[in-house]
Design a protein around this ligand. Sequence first.
Ligand SMILES: [Zn+2]
Length: 143
Amino acid sequence: MDDLKNFCCQNKNCPKYGIRGEENIAVRAVYGKNNTRLLWCLHCKKKFSENKGTIFFNSRLPKDQVVSIMEHVAEGNGMRKTGRLTKVGHKTVCRYTKLAGEHAEQLHDELVVFSPQHQGGSVRRKVGLRGKEGKKLRRKQSS
Ligand SMILES: [Zn+2]
């Protein structure tokens, strides 16, 4: 079960919360039609679904269909078009797209330590000064 190192404790009160690769996660049981694994934290003993925090959590659709919806949306298809192609309602497509966006945002915040939009204004403006201030600074550095 090498892929368990990609999971982390989902209990916000646990000291191991959000820390991957700590080897504190184990499989407790397997349940449901999709053989979803019930994981548990060996530190705080809380149990959670392997799908928690993803678009598959509490999903009524099979995983393949959800993946298909996301592939269509990623290719730039509209909500109604994707709904027709994957045989679901356009509101379902909207709901999954929103969930995927929220998950992507969480992942972005976790993986990217410093975002260009951090602390208002872009990095480009602060690092590489433009206009008169930049020219003045460059003149001072060159002389
Ligand atoms: Zn825990």
